[in-house]
Ligand binder design. Sequence first.
Ligand SMILES: Cc1cc2nc3c(=O)[nH]c(=O)nc-3n(C[C@H](O)[C@H](O)[C@H](O)COP(=O)(O)OP(=O)(O)OC[C@H]3O[C@@H](n4cnc5c(N)ncnc54)[C@H](O)[C@@H]3O)c2cc1C
Length: 272
Amino acid sequence: MVELLSPATLLDLRTLAGTGRIIAGGTDLIVQMRSGRNETHLIDITNIEDAPPAAIIRSGVAELSAMASITKVVDELNGRLPGIAAAAQVFASLQIRNRATIGGNLANASPAGDMIPPLVAAEAYAVVDGPSGQRRIPVDELITGPGRTVLEPNEWLSLVGVPLFEGEEGFIKLGGRTAMAISIVSLAWRWHRSDHGALTGVRIALGAVAPTVVRAHKAEAILEGQQPTADVVMAATDALQTEISPIGDVRASAGYRQAVAGGLLRQALATS
Ligand SMILES: Cc1cc2nc3c(=O)[nH]c(=O)nc-3n(C[C@H](O)[C@H](O)[C@H](O)COP(=O)(O)OP(=O)(O)OC[C@H]3O[C@@H](n4cnc5c(N)ncnc54)[C@H](O)[C@@H]3O)c2cc1C
């Protein structure tokens, strides 16, 4: 028997937080409960009257609700943050995107979570709310391992703040098929490209190649200020492959993930 609590306001949520497990879209949690995860009290955060709007722009930052469906967030962005939009486009199916939230994707803390690489590449921050108020955490410090975050049991993710960007940004993933597939490897990027083709402000994040989504700092440093000539791309790809530590599992071997990660970087450099 599971008791479902449905706070109507953020104040109600503050009172209830910690007395049960938060459920948003339920697209991870219900699947896990059907596989044996035991939860006796669920706190539904999808009907909160004063929840943050799906997306608003404030002084150079897009604040995205962690509690709204991915569909609503991307609709509201209306073409801004193409890296987030690209990740949403290949995320599950429309039915799942209509339920699933960015907060759920982050809190579930899968290394293959598709909304996480574009947030890490954008150096986004999460706003964590709880009975004692709000705190901000860089998204790349929020997740500490598969299924683990720094959230306290009585805290929830309220927003993510994503710096707006005028350069190129995107997201690509390789799954076992083109739709409804968990990422075998994913890659998100942001960089500026000058008229001469030199890249600056290079940020690259990879999913499913380590216990958490990771930045490819060595590859970024090699590409920074350079035109992506064949030699530069090869050096960056080699560096990227040394700074990831993929595992082999039912979806792909470690070596395959290593090779795909390099291929995705080459694809991003060629297509964006
Ligand atoms: C058929 C199918 C296809 C899928 N495809 C993809 C895919 O392509 N890419 C991908 O990344 N994922 C995929 N998923 C996984 C899932 O849809 C995502 O991880 C989704 O973002 C989870 O969000 P949710 O709102 O449904 O979370 P829920 O299932 O409601 O919650 C997941 C976890 O997060 C916690 N939580 C939820 N919201 C918050 C919050 N605001 N603050 C704190 N904790 C919170 C819950 O307590 C729970 O532990 C798929 C799932 C299914 C069933």
